[in-house]
Design a protein around this ligand. Structure first.
Ligand code: HAM
Length: 444
């Protein structure tokens, strides 16, 4: 005897259900399809620039040994002091979610012997990075960066080229009123003298410093220049400037970069307070932002000692990184339009089970000849599917009903002309191609 519906109900599995819908971790937003269209545009521009300027793409793991950043990004940086996501593996290793790319790229350069390649070695990378900060506009805990790094040359032409690449990236994305902020923070020869002067200056103003800066005074007075606290900010103007302490080599290096920027016609502003929050910088530091905004779209600089600090031979290097979310924000504000590149040329409608079987086969046949198709098989009625076809704005609709499925035919509907005809399914592709050609529909 067969089972009765009651028996099924009795045995129905009870699945545990969440009482509330879970949310993504704080500061780690989802990236939805529409936004991904914009992001793809950015990555395409990054890739094109990388190819043009001779950069190879590199990918490094999202997790790295924590000590890479302690050594690389530096113990006095905000990132190492407050912002790392660190996890302990079951094997008790301490790994950190990468808070930036530069030390990882240097690690990969050393580990994979990329220093054997002709110099300079040019690498670009993009991917997610993680920083434990208070989420706010333009500041997330998981965000994406694109990086350009040039390893193996001390020539200031590469500092200028790095800046030019980021400037080009933003202008490719139709951004206007960009401003390059640039400074030099010297080298191991001249910076200690500036440090000493900065320390003396801020020591004399100690009582006006915030609690964090009182601590910074002890470990790295340069960081005070980065402080956002109003009272500390107001002290900056009187602070000694690196430019007054530069050694002849650093002075020449900085002067040459400025000359290059002028030759390239790039707008820059020497910002004596720009020091950047990472410990590895030497000589050049820069940021690019919109003239109307304080948020940096990108930042970078020279890091001539980092390769050596991470165990390699002395290798001068320069690079920078841009925050993808900040670029997306500007694109949205500028109403930057991107069309979905996969606009369907055909909408496929199937009514009934046999028609759906045929439709699946036709879908594959169309994919093989690269004709973009959309469908809405979950809608059962012709009317509902036609409504979807309208939304997709496909110029042609293929309708397969019970009769067409049995006859091995299709109804081919020209949406613009509001006309339709029956075509043998074998001739479907040929007929479509002919019509696309007559209609001048691109890419087919
Ligand atoms: P950074 O200035 O820390 O530099 O980050 C580069 C860019 O990432 C910033 O200019 C900004 O656009 C974006 N960014 C930073 N923090 C956040 C955040 N919390 N949320 C969203 N976007 C953010 C570096 O990371 C260096 N590794 C750059 C470099 C490469 N220097 C030499 N080579």
């Amino acid at each position: 005897m067969g089972r009765r519906p009651k028996d099924y109900l009795k045995n129905k599995i009870k699945r545990p259900k969440m009482k509330t819908i879970l949310q993504a971790p704080k500061g780690m937003p989802d990236i939805l399809p529409e936004e991904n269209l914009l992001r793809r545009k950015i990555f395409k521009a990054v890739e094109d620039l990388g190819n043009f300027y001779g950069f190879g793409q590199i990918e490094t793991p999202v997790l790295e040994e924590t000590k890479l950043f302690l050594h690389g990004t530096g113990p006095t940086s905000e990132i190492v002091q407050k912002q790392m996501f660190i996890l302990k593996t079951p094997g008790k290793d301490l790994l950190a979610l990468r808070p930036e790319f530069t030390p990882n790229i240097v690690r990969a350069y050393l580990e994979n012997g990329l220093y054997n390649n002709p110099k300079p070695v040019k690498l670009f990378a993009w991917g997610p990075v993680f920083r434990y900060e208070q989420p706010q506009r333009g500041r997330y805990r998981q965000f994406w960066q694109c990086n350009f790094e040039i390893l193996g040359s001390a020539d200031p032409i590469y500092d200028a080229l790095t800046i030019q690449i980021f400037y080009n990236l933003f202008t490719e994305l139709k951004m206007k009123e960009l401003m390059i902020e640039i400074n030099t923070i010297g080298c191991d020869n001249c910076r200690p003298i500036w440090h000493k002067n900065l320390k003396n200056y801020f020591r004399s103003k100690r009582k006006f410093l915030c609690a964090d800066c009182k601590n910074r005074l002890k470990i790295n007075p340069l960081r005070i220049l980065d402080c956002k606290n109003e009272s500390c900010q107001s002290l900056k103007n009187g602070a000694p400037k690196m430019i007054d302490f530069l050694c002849p080599e650093c002075r020449k290096h900085f002067k040459q970069i400025l000359e290059y920027l002028e030759i390239l016609g790039l707008p820059y502003n020497i910002n004596h307070h720009l020091v950047r929050g990472l410990d590895y910088y030497t000589k050049t530091v820069f940021e690019i932002r919109l003239a109307s905004d304080n948020l940096a779209l990108c930042g970078g600089g020279r890091y001539d000692y980092l390769v050596e600090m991470l165990g390699g031979k002395s290798t001068p290097a320069v690079g920078g990184a841009a925050g993808i979310e900040r670029l997306v924000e500007v694109l949205k504000k500028n109403n930057f339009k991107v069309e979905n590149p996969y606009k369907p040329k055909v909408f496929l409608i199937a009514i009934g089970d046999l028609a759906k079987q045929r439709a699946l086969k036709y879908l594959e046949a169309l994919r093989k000849v690269k004709i973009p198709v959309a469908e809405s098989f979950a809608h059962e009625s012709l009317k509902a599917q036609l409504r979807q076809a309208d939304k997709w704005e496909a110029p042609y609709v293929i309708i397969i009903g019970q009769k067409e499925a049995l006859d091995n035919t299709i109804i081919l509907r020209d949406m613009k002309a509001s006309s339709q005809e029956v075509v043998e399914s074998e001739k479907m592709i040929e007929e479509l191609k002919k019509r696309f050609k007559n209609d001048n529909i691109e890419n087919i």
